[in-house]
Structures are given as structure tokens and as C-alpha cells.
Design a protein around this ligand. Structure first.
Ligand SMILES: Cc1ncc(C[n+]2csc(CCOP(=O)(O)OP(=O)(O)O)c2C)c(N)n1
Length: 319
């Protein structure tokens, strides 16, 4: 299991590093938010979920999509705006959606996908399904009204929702200290709304996997919604491929401190994974990524004549 977890994290890291490397070439034209540094939480929750469970994400969605079983080719095609992309080349990085992977939606409006996940959990409950909804959100999204309304409703109806809050300490350039009162404790807020809340080291993949697995098992038994606050850190700029430590919005040394706690390095050490095994995994993933980019670059753009397809209704109901 743990090698699988390591592989999932390594794959996310390598895919995003390749996106960052190629982004300046200008072939991927959509705004792109990378999760480099935050892979552990996504990978661990993705592995803990079953294929039948449904996931919802935000603007920073690549890691969640890949971890939930999303198709790498379809994601890279999507970032290039090409036919064959998981949203047919129309959504781009912030609007990944793929029924086959149980990845319902990611959206660019902060907090917007939270009620989608809760509404879906209500449908799952009403239909008597043995599936849950997982909503990935950032710490910034807990400042949106949609979070409070959705959490309240989920708690009221005891819905099978796993809220996974990746607390990376920032919303764009604003640290928590500029946005929330000093004594704010997100888990206390979540508990006060009726969610079973737990704070975790979001860079400890095994701890997140264990917590997510037990939360999911409880949700399947009908326990009320769960909120996991996973402490982690975004290494690169909020949006785009570069590092932005020169901008001065992060305290000196903070990035370096978190880089020393690289979730991949610590899991690899904990697993005692050999150099040969790590290289074997790296090579196989690198081949997969190279193929995905080659395919995406060669693929056609959607036909101009179809530009409004799937956006507006083309005919009115007769009624
Ligand atoms: C409703 C809304 N307000 C503001 C924005 C601009 N915006 C885009 S991403 C972002 C940061 C959100 O922070 P967080 O939820 O913590 O996620 P992170 O980017 O850290 O992963 C903001 C403010 C937006 N897209 N939607």
C-alpha cells in the first residue's frame, strides 16, 4: 500500500514539475495552480476513496484529479485546450471534470464546489448508495459563506461528506494572520458547525491515509460529516509555474523549512525504498508523462463550429 502511496505522490510531483517546465512555452494557455509540496494529502485521500465515491475540487485540482484515478492523458489534453481533454478542451486546468474517475467538478470560484459536494451527498443518501462525497477545499474557502451553509446542512442531515481542507497557510499572497482572527482554530469552527474535525500533518501521507480511511469507513456506516484539516505548504507561486519567494509575502526561511519536510522524501525514507526501486518508478512515470505531452501537442483543437456546445442550451423546452 505505502509504495502505491509513494508512487501516487511521485506521479503528481513529476506531472506538475513537467507542467511547470513546459508552461513558459505557451502551449498551455489556461491559468494553472500547482500543488507541488502538497501532494501527500491528495494522494492519501485519493487512495482511501473508492472508485464509486465522488470528488469535488477547486482551482488547484490536478493532484486531486490524478489521485482520484483521473486520466493523465485527458488532463494534459485539457490543459492544452485540445479535443480529448477531460472537459473536451473547454475547461482548462481549473475545470477538470471526469465522470469515469468519479471526479465531478473543480471550479475557479473559491468555495463554489463545496455545496456541489454536499448536494451530491444528499442525493447519495436519498438513493441509498454506499458512496460518499469528498470535497477538497483550501483554508481560504473556509472564509466563504458557502462553506458555512454547506457544512451546516451536511451536519443537519448527517450526510456522507468528507471535507478535506488543505491548509497551506495562504490565500494568494495573504497569510492566515491577515485574514482570520489570531485565535481562530479551523477545527473548532468545523466542530461548532457539527462536523467531526481533526487536524493532521498534511505532509504525512500515511497519517492522512489512516485518518481518511477511518473517516470514510464511518461515513459509509452513516456517521455524520467529517472535516480533516491537513497542514501543508505550497512551494510555488499561487498561479503559474514559478517560485515567488522573492516577493516577500512569506517570512524568510519559511519555504526552505517546508521544503526540508518534503513529503516525498519522508515517505521514501520511512518505506526504506531503495535507489533502484525509486529510479524504476521515476522512469516509468517519466515515460508516461512524455507520452501524454506528445499526444496532447499533436491533438487537434475543438472545431470552431462547436464553440457553444455544452455551454448554452441550443433549444428551448417545448413547455
Ligand atoms: C469567490 C472568489 N473570491 C476570490 C477569488 C480569487 N482567488 C482565487 S484562488 C484564491 C485563493 C484561495 O485560497 P485557498 O482556498 O486557501 O486555496 P489555495 O489557493 O491556497 O489552494 C482566491 C482568493 C475567487 N476565485 N473566487
Amino acid at each position: 500500500m505505502s509504495v502505491e502511496l509513494f508512487r501516487a505522490m511521485l506521479r503528481i510531483r513529476m506531472v506538475e514539475e513537467e507542467i511547470a517546465r513546459r508552461y513558459p512555452e505557451g502551449r498551455m494557455r489556461c491559468p494553472t495552480h500547482l500543488s507541488i509540496g502538497q501532494e501527500a494529502t491528495a494522494a492519501a485521500v485519493g487512495l482511501a476513496l473508492a472508485p464509486r465515491d465522488l470528488a469535488f475540487s477547486s482551482h488547484r485540482s490536478h493532484a486531486h484529479y490524478l489521485a482520484k484515478g483521473g486520466d493523465l492523458d485527458a488532463m494534459i489534453l485539457e490543459l492544452h485546450g485540445k479535443v480529448g481533454g477531460c472537459t473536451r478542451g473547454r475547461g482548462g486546468s481549473m475545470h477538470l471534470s471526469d465522470e469515469r474517475a468519479g471526479f465531478v467538478a473543480s471550479t475557479a470560484i473559491v468555495g463554489n464546489s463545496i455545496p456541489l459536494g454536499v448536494g451530491t451527498a444528499l442525493a447519495q443518501r436519498l438513493k441509498g448508495e454506499d458512496a460518499i462525497s469528498c470535497v477538497f477545499l483550501g483554508d481560504g474557502a473556509t472564509e466563504e459563506g458557502a462553506f458555512y451553509e454547506s457544512a451546516n446542512f451536511a451536519a443537519l442531515k448527517s450526510l456522507p461528506v468528507l471535507f478535506v481542507c488543505e491548509n497551506n497557510l495562504y490565500s494568494v499572497y495573504s497569510p492566515l494572520s491577515k485574514r482570520q482572527p489570531a485565535a481562530r482554530d479551523l477545527c473548532a469552527v468545523a466542530s461548532s458547525l457539527g462536523l467531526a474535525a481533526r487536524r493532521l500533518d498534511g505532509n504525512d501521507a500515511v497519517a492522512v491515509f489512516d485518518a481518511a480511511s477511518s473517516a470514510i469507513a464511518a461515513l459509509r456506516q452513516g456517521a455524520g460529516p467529517v472535516f480533516l484539516e491537513c497542514m501543508t505548504y505550497r512551494w510555488r507561486e499561487h498561479c503559474g509555474p514559478y517560485f515567488d519567494d522573492d516577493l516577500g509575502y512569506r517570512p524568510d526561511g519559511e519555504l526552505a523549512d517546508w521544503q526540508r519536510r518534503d513529503p516525498l522524501v519522508s515517505l521514501r525514507a520511512a518505506l526504506g525504498l531503495s535507489e533502484t526501486e525509486a529510479e524504476r518508478l521515476t522512469r516509468a512515470i517519466a515515460d508516461e508523462i512524455a507520452m501524454a505531452f506528445t499526444r496532447a501537442e499533436a491533438a487537434p483543437f475543438p472545431d470552431e463550429a462547436t464553440v457553444f456546445d455544452g455551454i448554452y442550451r441550443t433549444e428551448l423546452d417545448a413547455s
